[in-house]
Write a protein that binds this ligand. Structure first.
Ligand code: GDP
Length: 445
């Protein structure tokens, strides 16, 4: 799985990590190579483009951690982005196979591995989830396909619905539902007919079956070797019958693997399982972290950078605390704090997390320190020069006018910010005397 892509990326990153210092041009070259590698793995162009843009953005904004090389840091960013693109947004819920009998509708083109996958899933649910499973083939066009499912069922010790000649797919689905309910089965798999291409007749039939069967899950089986075509097929099936997840088969081959990377971004549907061979247990749950690890094959570096980042943050917190205790608290500190606060769910959320900060939190709110204000204040600080940020005492009337105008605000707003800065600086100094500051800074990191 992913051998070619993995090899290509490995080459790019070997070159990158050999260099001590990295120029922007080095990173740009590496990312161009990453993009090419993704495209060659048949990842769709918009997905590859977004991917590289996100890595670029993060690599530029990244604080430099001394104990790892910039190349290693870029690898970690690529690793995290791989997970993000494989996992998509939001958590993937568990397959809905509770509430017996739960129907799982299996759809896909002929030859995709649909029948094999149905049997593999049946075996898995029987053995791993302790479910009683019933299999039913709806492929009335191909008696051989119905036989195939029955044979596989017998092999893995899972019941299949007796074949009755002359029934339509909908009739079989109805009979299967009844049988599943009466027989006390937990899960019913309906293996629908496949065609070589998507056609209206097939889609109509699947829709009719879906309406009768009311499946909890509709899993599309697609051949992972077909790359972008697999993603296209998924989009079409989803548009016509609505799918809840995808199984990518033939990921054991040295195929290009691009389907796995584009699937979630393009269709919004999660890959649930991958098929890794013809045998009945050659099926794996699709886990984005593990897959990303496999593609990159650089687990050691990823772990190293994670550790370094933790250490770096702890050191930074320590440095910040020392500055604050000395009463050093300039506009850069304030801006950084504000940005951290927003990242953590805003002023109130952050203060709420710190023991004993309830009163302070109300005070801060009273003083106008809420999220909307914070955003305006960040704009004001951005409008200051480096020197002004380091030393707000420099701010005479003319400078104030320029800064306020730069942020599209009034001098009165800036005066409020300066007042708050003084209040915060005092607060920091006071908190520094107790142990509270350390807690506060830790909570923010
Ligand atoms: P269907 O027409 O979609 O039902 O496809 P089948 O289940 O009959 O599978 C077609 C062929 O692909 C069979 O020879 C399977 O053994 C094979 N196959 C299915 N899944 C995989 C897989 O994950 N890897 C490999 N290498 N072969 C697979």
């Amino acid at each position: 799985m992913f051998e070619n892509l993995s090899e290509r990326l490995g080459g790019v990153f070997d070159r990158l990590t050999k260099k001590g210092a990295l120029s922007e041009a080095d990173v740009a070259t590496a990312l161009r190579e990453v993009r090419t590698a993704l495209l060659e793995a048949d990842v769709s162009l918009p997905v590859a483009r977004d991917f590289v843009a996100r890595v670029q953005e993060k690599a530029t904004g990244q604080a430099v951690t001394k104990s790892v090389t910039p190349g290693q840091q870029v690898i970690k960013i690529v690793h995290d982005e791989l997970i993000a693109v494989l996992a998509g947004e939001g958590p993937v819920e568990a397959l809905k196979i509770d509430n017996p009998p739960a129907t799982v509708l299996m759809v896909g083109l002929q030859g995709s591995g649909k029948t094999t996958t149905t049997a593999k899933l049946a075996k898995r649910f029987t053995e791993k989830n302790n479910k009683r499973v019933l299999l039913a083939s709806l492929d009335t066009n191909r008696p051989a396909a119905m036989e195939q499912l029955a044979i596989l069922g017998a092999q893995i010790g899972v019941d299949s619905l007796p074949i009755v000649k002359g029934e339509s797919a909908v009739q079989i689905a109805k009979r299967a539902k009844t049988q599943a309910a009466m027989g006390g089965y937990d899960v019913l798999f309906l293996d629908t007919a496949g065609r070589l291409h998507i056609d209206e007749v097939l889609m109509d039939e699947i829709q009719a079956v879906r309406d009768i069967a009311a499946p909890r899950e509709t899993l599309l089986v697609v051949d992972g070797l077909t790359g972008q075509d697999a993603v296209k097929v998924a989009s079409e099936f989803d548009g016509k019958v609505g799918i809840s997840g995808v199984v990518l088969t033939r990921m054991d081959g040295d195929g290009r693997g691009g389907a796995a990377l584009s699937m979630r971004a393009v269709t919004g549907k999660p890959i649930r399982f991958v098929g890794l061979g013809e045998k009945m247990d050659a099926l794996e749950v699709f886990e984005p972290e593990r897959v990303a690890g496999r593609i990159l094959g650089m687990g050691d570096i990823v772990a190293l950078v994670e550790k370094a980042q933790e250490t770096f943050e702890a050191e930074q917190a320590e440095r910040m605390m020392k500055r604050f205790q000395k009463g050093l608290f300039n506009m850069n500190d304030l801006k950084m704090q504000m940005e951290q606060m927003l990242k953590m769910g805003g002023m109130q959320a952050m203060m709420g997390m710190m023991p004993g900060m309830g009163k302070m939190s109300a005070k801060a709110d009273e003083a106008g320190l809420n999220d909307r204000m914070i955003k305006r204040q960040i704009a004001l600080i951005n409008s200051m020069t480096k020197k002004e940020r380091a030393n707000p005492d420099l701010l005479a009337a003319s400078r104030k006018k320029r800064i306020a105008a730069g942020a599209g605000l009034d001098v009165a707003d800036l005066n409020k910010l300066l007042k708050q800065h003084r209040q915060m600086a005092d607060m920091m100094k006071q908190m520094g005397k107790g142990g509270m500051l350390k807690q506060a800074i830790k909570a923010m990191m």
